[in-house]
Structures are given as C-alpha cells and as structure tokens.
Write a protein that binds this ligand. Structure first.
Ligand SMILES: Cc1cc2nc3c(=O)[nH]c(=O)nc-3n(C[C@H](O)[C@H](O)[C@H](O)COP(=O)(O)O)c2cc1C
Length: 364
C-alpha cells in the first residue's frame, strides 16, 4: 500500500475530487460584514495550489440574524457577499481543486454581544445552563428552509458541494445531544426523535439542490463545551443516528474527531476509528480528520503541549483498511498551504509536524 493511492480521484454524485485530501472547515473571522474579500479568495487559492483536492470553507453563517456571530464570519446572501464567493470559487477552480460551502447555524452557542437572542432546541447551552430560547415547533420548517435556500445559492454560485455543519455543539448537534435537547414535541426524547430535525434539514436541502448535487454532513461526538461528550454510545446507536440522515439524502459523512487514529468505540474494537465505524454502518464515503501532521495542541490550557503525532504511515494504513475515503487537514494547512504537495514529494521532515498556533492569528 502506497501513499499514491491517496492521490487517486473520488467521485460522489456530480463531484469529482482530484485526490483524497480536503481542507477542514476553519472559521477565520476575516470577512468584514460577512463579505469574503480578495484576501480570503487568495487564502483558499493558496491551499488549492498547494495540492488540496477539496476545500471545505469555514462555517458560513446562514442569512438570519440569529444564525451566527460575529459579522466577520462570512454569510451567503447579498450582492457583495455573493460576488465575494464567486471570486473564491473561481480562484479555487483555477487551481484544479474543488470547493464545498459549510452551512452553519450556531444555535444557542451564538454569542449575543449584539443583543440578538440565540435560539436552539430548548434554550439550554452545552453546560446544561439556560441560554437563549427554544425554537417553536412552527419555526423549525423556516430554519430548515434557510439551509435549503443557502444550499441552492451555493450551488448556483458554482460550489461543487455543500457541507451541513451538524457538529461541535452548534444548532443541529444541539438537537442530537440529550443535554441540550429537552423537547417534548416529537423532536426530542428518543435518539430517533433527536435526529428528526437534522434529517428534515437534509431533506429540505436535497429538495432544493436536486438529486445529483453532493450533500456532506459533518457530525461529532465532542462538543466545544465538552470534549468527552457523546451522542452515540455504541455502533448500534451510531447507526440509528446516521440512518435517517442517509435516508433523507446525505451523500458523504464527515465525523469530526480530534485524533484520526483514536478508536471510535474502544469497547467494541481497539483500533477502528469513528470514520471507520461510520463507513461500516452506512456504507457511504467518509471524510476522516483530526491532528494529521500536528505536533502541538493549540487550545486553552493545553496550548503548546506535544501530542506525539501519528506518522503518516498510520493514516495510509487506515486508508488501506477502508476506514475513510478522504482525509481533512486543518491546522497543518494553516501553518503550511503546501503541506499536501510536500507530502506527495516526500519533503516533510520526520512526521511532518507543525506547531500551528502561530498560524492561527493571520490569514496567510
Ligand atoms: C481556527 C479553527 C477554526 C475552526 N472552525 C471550524 C468551523 O468553522 N467549522 C467546523 O466544522 N470546524 C471548525 N474547526 C475544526 C476543524 O475543521 C478540524 O476539525 C480541527 O481543527 C481538527 O483538525 P486538525 O487537527 O487537522 O486541525 C476549526 C478549527 C480551527 C483550528
């Protein structure tokens, strides 16, 4: 098994990714007034030129005041915003890469510095504390429609796919998670009920984009407020969680993990990653992610701590075992836009690890 196999194309509906490397979605807050400028287009173009086959944009705020904060997170409505995205899409395509827009509603995790009240399934945040308000049942279809019209806009702009952000404790994940979903109207309670609204969002998006346009869905066990959280305790629950999404029209799944090599359910298999389990229980193409090419932590109290990077060999081994189809790279690509080409040319030193902390502050 050689690294070369990761440089073979993959087709999912109308999307053909030229290789198996994606740029992970990363919020940069560098789009004043929600408008992605020339610097943002250039930032993505550099990663495309550096060998990435699929760019997944930073989370894009749905065009509703409650959906996101701050204003420097790009949105997807208005002439100036849309021409900004056209420039981004054209720049990435000119380098031979593809690009998906990540659609984001922050739910009750939305900051409210501007006085806009956050909304979520129950008005309860990731710590289990009251925050914002619960969406009324009648409002849910409107929120699903926001995703749908934004997805159709992305398609019309030339994006090759959309990714629905259902991870990390934001709106759709708040529906999945028992801690944040206390609803009694058929959208909370059992796992099937908690999956219902995210599946309705997928169905609305599918209806808006047509049968051949690829829909990626990102989910996670961990939350921004709780790294140890989980929404599926075992492979059976994972299947129960994902099947309604697949039935509603998802084409590829993107389980967000902090370490690509960590076992998804250690009690059931000492090695198989969450990506591997996701493929196993759905049969769909899967994007793996988490700490590829990294040497140090960057968050909070762990900042700078060495995390013993897994060699790229481990990644290749997982690919060979059929655990994933595409791997997303986040922080290593902030640190070095040419990381994929350097990997291909065998020019990475040692494990190819980077301290990405320094790269986070600038849009380079
Ligand atoms: C600065 C930064 C911003 C991020 N923003 C998003 C985001 O907008 N949407 C999302 O789904 N994940 C976001 N993430 C998570 C990344 O997509 C990725 O899953 C994570 O960084 C792990 O991959 P890595 O170890 O290769 O960096 C962000 C991560 C970083 C470092």
């Amino acid at each position: 098994m050689a690294l070369d196999d990761l440089f073979q194309p993959l087709t999912v509906r109308s999307l053909t990714v030229p290789n198996r490397f994606a740029m992970a979605p990363m919020t940069r807050q560098a789009s004043p007034g929600g408008v992605p400028g020339r610097d943002v287009a250039e930032y993505y173009r550099r990663r495309a030129a550096g060998g990435v086959g699929l760019i997944i944009t930073e989370g894009v705020r749905l065009p509703d005041p409650a959906a996101g904060f701050p204003a420097s997170v790009p949105t997807i409505a208005g002439d100036e915003v849309l021409s900004g995205w056209t420039r981004v899409v054209d720049s990435v395509h000119a380098e031979g890469a593809t690009i998906a827009a990540q659609l984001w509603h922050q739910g009750v995790e939305r900051r409210d510095d501007d006085g806009v009240e956050p909304v979520g399934p129950s008005g309860i945040d990731g710590h289990g504390e009251p925050r914002g308000r619960a969406l009324r049942t009648a409002e849910l279809a409107e929120v699903a429609q926001l995703y749908a019209t934004s997805a159709a806009t992305a398609r019309d702009l030339g994006f090759d796919a959309v990714e629905i952000h259902g991870a990390h404790g934001y709106l759709l994940d708040e529906f999945f998670w028992e801690r944040t979903n206390r609803r009694t109207d058929g959208y909370g309670g059992s796992l099937a009920a908690r999956t219902r609204f995210p599946a309705e969002v997928v169905a609305a998006v599918r209806a808006a984009v047509g049968p051949d346009y690829p829909i990626i869905f990102r989910f996670s066990q961990w939350k921004g407020t709780d790294y140890a959280a989980s929404i599926a305790e075992d492979p059976t629950q994972l299947q129960e969680l994902l099947t309604p999404l697949v039935d509603a029209g998802v084409d590829a799944l993107h389980p967000s993990t902090r370490r690509h090599y960590a076992p998804g359910f250690p009690d059931h298999d000492s090695e198989l990653s969450l990506a591997g389990w996701t493929k196993k229980v759905t049969g769909l193409p899967v994007i793996a992610v988490g700490s590829v090419g990294l040497e140090t932590e960057f968050r909070s109290e762990k900042r700078g701590e060495v995390i013993a990077p897994a060699p790229v060999d481990r990644l290749v081994q997982q690919f060979d075992a059929g655990e994933f189809d595409v791997v997303a790279i986040g922080r290593a690509l902030l640190a070095d836009p040419t990381w994929v080409n350097r990997l291909r040319r065998d020019e990475l030193d040692g494990f190819g690890g980077y301290d990405a902390a320094a790269a986070l502050s600038k849009l380079a």
